[in-house]
Design a protein. Structure first.
Length: 309
């Protein structure tokens, strides 16, 4: 099956009330772990690449590794740019075969965000590529995204409707209380489902995206710390809240931090238990298996996308 856009998978997600996992990729083992899990669960999946991942792995390598996954598995796979910082990065990805791009103009004022998003929409749509945009600001740090907690803000549903109408974007990331990175909440986790409900009421046909939505799986944090890591107090979005979001109109849920934890925890464990190991296949193979297990849990138990391919 060739790469697909997110249009059909989002349409089905809105009709059947489930979410599709969008998992960040940086190398071969991460791609294999994600796609093997999605294929086993017979789930559609979005492989997404940040601008930092492009700098690290190079766009041609990433594209060819995803092509290899397509040859191996017959499930719907979209290749997506996550948090595109500017028009040039979005154009680069469109020109290199991505089927979806995100332009993140949330750091700008409303009018500039509209202008930039519309510029990307016009170019992408002319090439058959769909566009995700963002309104509202998520706190936290992840790759090139760095927003102080005091600068974060919830999405205004009325403004969201105006934004979609003016830009023609295909999906919209909104801010309802999630944040980037491993330290998402200082107190008890809380998501503004009232904002989500109002957004869905005003723009019912626009797929909604949730960024900063890793669970920061406690068992993986504990494993990292047990084998020499130093990430105390990390806290993410609980599975039950993400499951509620997937049933309440969110079509795409982004996962990055949990994959980093899965890979790092297993590599640390291998090195700690057998310091003689120096064959990358041994520790990266264990990391790939942990990523597969993590993604399967998300698809099956949290997002509800099993058997939706």
């Amino acid at each position: 099956m060739p790469l697909v856009t997110t249009k059909d998978m989002f349409k089905k997600s809105m009709e059947e009330h489930f979410a599709i996992g969008a998992f960040n990729v940086n190398n071969m083992e991460i791609i294999q772990g994600i796609v093997d899990a999605a294929a086993e669960e017979h789930s559609p999946v979005i492989l997404q690449v940040s601008s930092s991942a492009i700098k690290y792995a190079r766009i041609g390598y990433l594209r060819k590794m995803v092509e290899a996954a397509l040859e191996e598995h017959d499930i719907p796979i979209a290749l997506h740019l996550d948090h595109g910082p500017d028009f040039e990065t979005c154009k680069l990805c469109v020109d290199n075969g991505f089927t979806s791009v995100m332009i993140d103009g949330s750091k700008y004022d409303f009018d500039e965000n509209v202008r930039l998003t519309k510029q990307v929409v016009d170019y992408a749509h002319a090439h058959g590529v769909v566009v995700e945009a963002e309104i509202g600001k998520l706190a936290g740090v992840e790759d090139d995204v760095n927003v102080a907690e005091g600068d974060s803000m919830y999405t205004d549903p009325i403004q969201a409707k105006e934004f979609v109408e003016k830009t023609g974007c295909d999906s919209l990331a909104i801010a309802i209380g999630t944040s980037h990175g491993a330290y998402k909440f200082k107190g008890d986790p809380k998501l503004r489902f009232d904002i989500l409900a109002k957004v869905k009421e005003l723009i019912p046909n626009t797929p909604i995206v949730l960024h900063g939505a890793s669970t920061v799986i406690p068992e993986l944090v504990d494993m990292c710390n047990k084998y020499g890591g130093n990430i105390p107090g990390a806290k993410g979005v609980p599975d039950d809240m993400l499951h509620q979001a997937s049933k309440s109109g969110v079509s795409k849920i982004n996962v990055d931090t949990d994959l980093r934890l899965a890979m790092t925890a297993q590599i640390r464990k291998v090195f700690a238990e057998d310091p003689s190991v120096f064959d990358p296949r041994k520790y990266l193979g264990e990391a790939r298996a942990q990523i597969k297990e993590t993604v399967q849990h998300k698809i099956r138990d949290v997002f509800g996308s099993s058997n939706k391919a």
